[in-house]
Design a protein around this ligand. Sequence first.
Ligand code: PLP
Length: 472
Amino acid sequence: MTPDQFREHGRDVLDWIARYLDEVERYPVLSSLRPGEVRSRLPEHPPQQPEPFERIWSDFKQIILPGITHWQSPWFFGYFPCNRWPSSILGELLSAGLGVQGMLWLTSPACTELETHVLDWLVELLDLPRRFLSTGSGGGVIQDTASSATLCAVIAGRERATGLASRRQGCPPGLTAYASAQAHSSVVKAMALAGIGTDNLRLIEVDESYALRPDALRRSLEADRRAGRKPFCVVATIGTTSSMAFDPLRPVGEICREHGLWLHVDAAMAGSAAICPELRSFHDGLELADSYCFNPHKWLGVNFDCDCFYVADRESLIRAMSVTPEYLRNPASEAGEVFDYRDWQIPLGRRFRALKLWFVLRSEGAEGLRSLIRRHIALAAEFADWVSNDPAWELAAPVHLNLVCFRHRGGDAVNQRILEQVNASGRMFLTHTRLDDRWTLRLCIGGLTTQREHVTEAWRLLQEAARMQTVS
Ligand code: PLP
C-alpha cells in the first residue's frame, strides 16, 4: 500500500467507523451466524499475491461484519460493558500508527512516562491511596486485562512469601490463597498458572449480599495455619461479576495485615465508579491493599484493552518479574533512573496503551466521565424499581451501581426461555448467572449511547417474553 493509498483508504475506514457509531443501534445486537459460518466464507488457502484494498474492504463488510456482536450498541446489556469514546479510537489509531513497542523506557521514553503520569492522575481522580503513586514506593502500570493483573499480584505475593525461592526452585507445598466464592474465574486461573495449584485456593463463604465473610476467611486461614500450611494471599473483589457485590476491604485488609498476607483487590468493573466522589465508600480500607486493579476498558470508555494495575511496593513486583538478558541492558536501566515496564508484567513487549487513556481523560474530562457513570447508575436504579414493583418479578441481589440481577418468579426454565427469546429477537442482549443455584438474569447498563428509551424498551421486551412463556 503506497502512502497515497493509505491516506485514501484510511479516510474511507474512518468515515465508515464514524457512520458505524451513528448507526450501530440498527444492527441486530447478536450475530445470527452459526458456528463455522465465517470460516466457510473465507478462502481455504492464504493469498500468494497482493490483493487490492477494495476487495479486502468488501470482504470485511460481507464476511466479517455479519459475524460481529455489537458491543457498542445501546441495546447491549450483557456481561460487563466494553465501551469506548471516539477519542479513544483516535488514541488507539495513533498507537498503531507509531507502532511502538514499549518494553523498556529506552524503546520509547514517552510510552513509559505518559503511562506513569496518567496512572498517577488516576490515583488523584479516583482518590486511591497515595501509596499507589509512582512518586513514592508504589506505582501503576497498564496491563492488558484484569486477569493478567491478578496473575501478577499472585506471583508477587508468592515471591514475597517465599523470599524469592519459588522463582528458582518452584513452588513449595502448602502455599494457600483465599478469595470469595463469588470471585472471578481469573483468580482460579492465576493459581493454576502461578504453579500454586487450584486445590490451594480456598473459596470463602459469602453473606446474603454475596460479599466475602471476614469471619469465614479468618476461620479458614487459621485452620490452614494450624494444619501447617502457608497462607500467602487474599484476592478481594469490589464489584463481583455475577452480582456486583463488594467484599468488605477494611476487615479483610486487617486480617491480611495480621497474618502478613498479600492483599490484591480486583475492581475490574466497579473501580471506574470511584471517579464520582459520592460512590467511593466501597474503597474504604483500600490503603491496606498491596495491589489493586480496575479496567478503564469496561466503564471509562477506553478501548479494550486497558487494565490499570497498582502496587504499593513496586520493588516486590519487579523482583518477582524481572529477568535481564544482555541484549536488554542499557545505561538508563542500569542506572535505575527509569521504569522498564517489561518488569511489571508477564510478556516482554507492550503496546502504547497510555495514549488512548490520555486522549479519553483529556477529551472527556473527569466531569464527562462522571456524568456517564451517574447516568448509567440512575437508569439501573429505575429499572430495578420497575422489577421490584411488578409482582411477577423479583430482584435477585442488592442493586449496586449499574447492574441489576433479577428473575421472573416462574422458575429457572421460564427465565431461561425469556433470555433466549429476547436475545433471539436481535433487539437487545443480556446474559445470566446463577445465584444461590437459581437462574438469574443480569442487566448491565454501560453503553455510551444507552438512554432511558433503550432501558424502557428492554423492560417491555422482557415483560412481553415473560407473558408468552407463562401463557404457552
Ligand atoms: N474480575 C472481575 C470482577 C470481572 O468482572 C472480570 C470480567 O468481567 C474480570 C476480572 C476479568 O476481566 P478481564 O477480561 O479484564 O481479564
